[in-house]
Design a protein around this ligand. Structure first.
Ligand code: PLP
Length: 360
């Protein structure tokens, strides 16, 4: 068996500890005689799995009791409009930082008034716009951001001002990469397939007081946070396997890594090594404003499309998978999520050095 060094943007690498534990429990979960995949979501075993996953995430992220944790389906893309269906009364202020906010703007416009408070589009999204309270439309209900921009490799280091408004954040590509103060947000959502497990489950963390905002008579049940919260994410058949894997990932973060402070230190070390190397290299560049650089997604280019293609092809031969950049940016992108080890980053840097020597 050969495992590659996987730098995929999502679905992405999963910690080997998690995969091995899932493998060990695959045929017979805790003497139930069946796999988690084969289990009724109403069984006592599954109830324990979902309760443990939630409790572990609550401990890890220090989520206060006045916030609910939901495990939903439909990906981040459903949250783009579900947040508006549940929260938007007068309007939304959205800060445009790339593909994933463009989509959120498009979807939320179908539901109500959207004010784009700022955008870094004119510079191909290489920075996070710094906004002031005056840039917001006074009549909107919330400010919406994508905290880590998976494609462009930018990340908010400071949350935008939002006096008198709710704050809604897409943490799909940075959840649990570092500690966050959950109380600063009103709603956080994240697809699991980058830092939390496999595709198919979306985590929503929201203030309980928001559950009563929408007119429930007009909201389809599956799109109502209140319905899912009241049924403990079991209104319909939940993504049971994904929830189990999220639970194992949380267990890994708590027991193996030792919590999000430690995870952040490891992620800082990994990212620093890679950015330092790129910044000192004559071949590669990362075009992102330094202070806005992501810890999780590191795009880089050689400046020559043919050479980029050669890099991707040779990297693949060397056991480096999914290093090609997103089509809107080109070049390469190393997604160095929690599950990507320091050893993998060292291996990538060694490969980059060798390629630079041979092609500079
Ligand atoms: N938000 C961010 C930051 C993403 O990176 C992605 C996908 O990569 C999405 C949302 C969309 O998620 P999904 O494909 O689960 O709908």
């Amino acid at each position: 068996m050969t495992r590659v060094y996987n730098f995929a943007a999502g679905p992405a690498a999963i910690p080997e500890w998690v995969l091995k534990k899932a493998q060990a429990e695959m045929l017979d979960y805790h003497e139930s005689g069946m796999s988690v995949m084969e289990m009724s979501h109403r069984s006592a075993e599954f109830k324990e799995i979902i309760d443990n996953a939630k409790a572990s995430l609550r401990r890890l992220m220090d989520i206060p009791e006045d916030y609910d944790i939901l495990f939903l389906q439909g990906g981040g893309s459903t949250q783009f409009f579900m947040v508006a269906l549940n929260l938007l009364q007068n309007g939304a202020d959205i800060i445009d930082t790339g593909q994933w906010t463009k989509k959120a703007i498009k979807e939320q416009k179908k539901i109500g008034y959207v004010h784009v408070a700022a955008s870094s589009k004119e510079d191909n999204y290489t920075y996070i716009p710094k906004i002031k309270q005056e840039d917001l439309d006074p009549k909107t209900d919330y400010v919406y951001i994508c905290e880590n921009n998976t494609i462009f490799g930018t990340k908010y280091k400071q949350l935008p001002p939002h006096d008198g408004k709710l704050l809604v954040a897409d943490l799909s590509s940075c959840i649990c990469s570092e500690p966050v103060d959950v109380t600063k947000y009103d709603l956080i959502f994240a697809g699991a397939q980058k830092n939390m497990g496999p595709a198919g489950v979306t985590i929503v963390i929201l203030k309980k007081e928001l559950l009563d905002r929408a007119d429930q008579d007009k909201l389809p049940s599956m799109l109502s946070y209140k319905v899912h919260a009241e049924k403990d994410s079991m209104f319909n058949t939940p993504p049971t396997w994904g929830i189990y894997m999220v639970g194992l990932t949380c267990q890994w973060l708590e027991e193996v890594i030792g919590g999000l402070e430690n995870m952040e230190k490891i992620n800082q070390r990994k990212a620093k090594k890679l950015y330092d190397y790129i910044d000192n290299s004559k071949l590669y560049t990362n075009n992102v404003n330094k202070e806005d650089r992501s810890l999780m997604n590191v795009p880089f280019v050689t400046g020559d499309d043919e050479l980029d293609k050669k890099f991707v092809a040779e990297a693949k031969k060397a056991g480096i998978a999914n290093i090609k950049g997103h089509r809107s940016v080109g070049g390469m992108r190393a997604s160095i999520y929690n599950a990507v080890t320091e050893e993998a980053v060292d291996y990538l840097i060694d490969f980059m050095k060798k390629f630079e020597k041979e092609n500079a």
